[in-house]
Design a protein around this ligand. Structure first.
Ligand SMILES: Nc1ncnc2c1ncn2[C@@H]1O[C@H](COP(=O)(O)OP(=O)(O)OP(=O)(O)O)[C@@H](O)[C@H]1O
Ligand SMILES: [Mg+2]
Length: 458
């Protein structure tokens, strides 16, 4: 009978300890230590599963290394290519995380079929569903090809054999939490299992030049379950998010060794699968109630692309000693800061007001260029005055009430003009040096008072 050993391991950094600790000595995080029960493998089995990764490498002077453009395989989904930085890099390991039922398997099965239909060989390994269940989904998505192989297995050794046998160009592992490495005896989904299985899959990806997609479950807090180091190990981390009650989904890149991060792609979930949304601004502004107090539109950059989004504010007299400040889609501290600026620089009495801020459509915005629009929404709701529906507002607000310069102003204003906005309120320091698009008036503002006079002329 194998001997049972208990140890504790930090989910963030992998620090191991014989006893449980509230604070991890390795990374200083709290409540990250989890119990790992490890059953020592019977003697003689360790090492039976040989890696084929032992290719001898020599240290090379950097100036004698030949470089070439990273080859990319473009899928038919232009949006996915963009999030990946221009296509799939052979030999890369991509992790896709997302809430249960959000559509991870759907997305990857569709991509698999597209790749298979354009001449590549794809192996889809399903550890969660039987091959029949996968086939049923494939029928609904119209995903079929003789080059798309489905394999329901969770044992990594068998998976390795099948990869050798099928010799695919792309492998999908759905999901990494179900895979178990036969040499590691802790339970599937545990920190050690996930880490060891990922390391093995990485070796396979790098030595055979196969691009591998891993599906990862997320925890209640919204992080990919398993060790944080999982995110360090892979080349690219994508999150698939969306609101359960909306049909659209957002694929966001949070780490990419082969491209920029903060790129997003938007998809709509239909009966026939995921469809790319090519003009997201239109989608986000679709349900906007024109002429409502507390609503403004900002042109925010998401990676390399501008997106117009509505920012809503509701400011009401508070019935508590401490007024509430709630924000969805933007940082709550940012809202408190902007309200403090309004009090001090504009003389607005907001201490006794509750404030609720929401980025419509469930997108998350984290760039300072949205400050002025958030501030204008707060003022609009507080004064119960609607801004002009044809205004688009961009600008960072400083602590002295100055409106600071933002990046990529030309692209933002172009997007606003494209969607029919008639006036762009921008930082004065951003004026000049670029071509103003036709059909839109560009107005520069220097400080908060200046901006409010421009936005609420009455
Ligand atoms: N018959 C159907 N018609 C339309 N949409 C469907 C149908 N079946 C499933 N869906 C959509 O697909 C979603 C499930 O997608 P999928 O199984 O790809 O998610 P997942 O992220 O892989 O989930 P899990 O974490 O459970 O593996 C459902 O939430 C639903 O929106
Ligand atoms: Mg799934």
């Amino acid at each position: 009978m194998a001997k049972k050993k208990t140890k504790f391991m930090c989910q963030s950094c992998g620090y191991e300890s014989a006893k449980w600790m509230g604070k991890c000595p390795g990374c200083g995080d709290w409540n990250t230590m989890v119990e790992e029960v490890e059953v020592a493998a019977p003697k003689g089995t360790r090492g039976a599963f040989q890696h084929s990764a032992t290719v001898a490498q020599k240290a090379t002077p950097i100036n004698s290394i030949e470089t070439q453009q990273e080859p990319r395989v473009e899928t038919e989904m232009g949006e996915l290519n963009r999030v990946l930085g221009g296509g799939i890099v052979p030999g890369s390991l991509v992790l896709i995380g997302g809430d249960p039922g959000i559509g991870k398997s759907t997305l990857l099965l569709q991509v698999s079929a597209m790749l298979a239909n354009s001449g590549s060989r794809v192996l889809y390994i399903s550890g969660e569903e039987s091959i029949r269940q996968t086939k049923l989904r494939a029928e609904r998505l119209d995903a079929s090809s003789s080059e798309l192989f489905i394999y329901a297995e969770t044992n990594l050794e068998l998976i390795h054999h099948t990869i050798e046998e099928v010799s695919p160009d792309f492998v999908i592992v759905d999901s990494i939490q179900t895979v178990h490495h036969p040499e590691v005896t802790s339970a599937p989904g545990s920190v050690t299992q996930v880490r060891e299985s990922t390391a093995e899959l990485m070796r396979i990806a790098k030595t055979k030049n196969i691009a591998i997609f891993l599906v990862g479950h997320v925890t209640k807090e919204g992080q990919i379950a398993g060790p944080r180091i999982l995110e360090h190990m892979v080349d690219t981390v994508l999150y698939f998010e969306g609101e359960r009650h909306h049909t659209y989904r957002i694929l966001r890149s949070v780490k990419n060794r082969f491209g920029s991060t903060n790129e997003i792609a938007i998809f709509e979930m239909l009966q026939s699968g995921l469809k790319e949304v090519l003009n997201p601004s239109e989608l986000f502004l679709q349900e906007r109630s024109s002429g409502a107090a507390g609503s403004t539109v900002v042109a925010s950059m998401e990676g390399t692309r501008p997106i117009l989004v509505e920012i809503q504010a509701l400011v009401t007299p508070s019935s508590f000693n401490y007024p509430k400040r709630m924000a969805t889609g933007i940082d709550q501290n940012r809202v408190s800061l902007l309200m403090a600026v309004l009090e001090k620089r504009v003389g607005m009495l907001l201490q006794a007001q509750d404030a609720y801020i929401k980025v419509a459509g469930g997108v998350k915005l984290d760039e300072p260029a949205i400050d002025l629009a958030v501030l204008a929404s707060i003022v609009s709701s507080f004064r119960d005055t609607a801004p002009n529906v044809y205004d688009c507002i961009v600008g960072e607000v400083g602590l002295t009430g100055e409106i600071r310069r933002v990046s990529r102003i030309e692209q933002r204003v172009q997007e606003a003009a494209k969607l029919g906005f008639k006036r762009a309120i921008v930082p004065a320091s951003n004026l000049g040096g670029w071509d103003y698009p036709e059909g839109i008036r560009v107005v520069g503002v220097e400080n908060v008072n200046d901006a409010l006079r421009e936005i609420f002329p009455q």
